[in-house]
Design a protein around this ligand. Structure first.
Ligand SMILES: NC(=O)c1ccc[n+]([C@@H]2O[C@H](COP(=O)([O-])OP(=O)(O)OC[C@H]3O[C@@H](n4cnc5c(N)ncnc54)[C@H](O)[C@@H]3O)[C@@H](O)[C@H]2O)c1
Length: 300
């Protein structure tokens, strides 16, 4: 098959100074994309730090012959999101794809975390993805081949001590599905990755995971093994929208949200639910949820 090339394409990758985002930016640039490497630095839980990983990533990309500029704005504010997109337009004159990857992480029992922290997690993961996507939208429409790649997590499906993080990622799942519908008429495709890779987030997750998992991931599941899926989803040839891919260590699968065949009983009572719970929950005939794409207006 033809090599998927990004010549003449401009891509923003948020949180691209390190970890997964950096691997995405490096692969995209190696394939010819001009890349905005966005990263405000900061500790894994979002605490500010005096670091500039975006500049380091840009130096590595340009040193290897690629095209990239750094942006240290935060995805978590409207001004930051607008500045990130403005960087793409002023440096490269267009914008074709956005990879919403920036993220913060911590493991804490839910009642121990102050309510303000829930806001921080929403601001970076959910509202960060909303804000950058909104600022980018007119340019993605103009591209005619706009692509958005969001980042969710297996944590949105329910894991110990990650209510703040997992529920913010769940919001990004809903954003992905609904932006896929909103983008359909403009040729914009919106998908998400639920990644697994041995980044600094795994150092933080170590005690919450089964023994040895974080160490195994650091050794055998580098971010570079997730990057090919991000590149495919950011490419003109991406053939899907509204999908979520689990990606780790070379394994790629579709995450399906679906409905069971269930039961239908016009005389439904609470006792029916109790008695037929097994049938309601049975997963032998699950239908994946479909996107409700807008129907063209009559005569259109
Ligand atoms: N590593 C995994 O196995 C894993 C699993 C599930 C989901 N994820 C998600 O993948 C994404 C990348 O994570 P990673 O593992 O590479 O972690 P990482 O900490 O190495 O990278 C995240 C980057 O985002 C940047 N960032 C944080 N807040 C920002 C903001 N407001 N504006 C701009 N940049 C900001 C950080 O400075 C950091 O460089 C995150 O969204 C994370 O939640 C990772």
């Amino acid at each position: 098959m033809t090599r998927l090339d990004f010549t003449d394409r401009v891509v923003i990758v948020t949180g691209a100074g390190r970890g997964l985002g950096r691997a995405y930016a490096e692969l995209l640039a190696a394939r010819g994309a001009a890349v905005v490497v966005n990263d405000l630095g900061g500790a894994v839980d979002g605490t500010p730090r005096d670091e500039d990983p975006a500049a380091e990533a840009v130096a590595a990309i340009t040193g290897a012959g690629g095209r990239a500029v750094a942006s240290t704005a935060s995805v978590a504010t409207e001004e930051g999101a607008e500045a990130i997109v403005a960087t793409a337009i002023s440096a490269f004159g267009r914008l074709d794809a956005v990879v919403n990857n920036a993220g913060i992480y911590s493991v804490r029992p839910w009642l121990e975390l102050p309510a303000s922290k829930y806001q921080d997690f929403l601001d970076v993961h959910y509202l960060g993805s909303v804000r950058v996507s909104r600022a980018a939208w007119p340019h993605l429409v103009a591209s005619g081949q706009g692509r958005i790649v969001n980042t969710v997590s297996a944590a949105m499906l329910g894991v110990p001590d990650m209510v703040h993080y997992g529920s913010a990622k769940g919001a990004v799942y809903g954003l992905t599905r609904n932006l896929a519908v909103a983008g359909h008429a403009h040729g914009i495709r919106v998908n998400a990755i639920a990644p697994g890779a041995g980044t600094r987030m795994m150092d933080e997750a170590k005690d919450a995971l089964p023994p040895g998992t974080a160490e195994f991931m650091k050794e055998h599941m580098p971010p570079s093994m997730v990057a090919p899926v991000a590149a495919y989803l950011a490419h003109d040839d991406c053939a899907v929208t509204g999908e979520v891919f689990n990606v780790a260590g070379g394994a790629v699968s579709r995450l399906v949200v679906g409905s069971t065949a269930g039961i239908s009983d016009p005389g439904l009572t609470p006792e029916t639910v109790a008695e037929r719970l097994g049938e309601i929950l049975a997963v032998d005939r699950v239908e994946p949820a479909e996107l409700m794409l807008p129907t063209p207006a009559a005569g259109a």
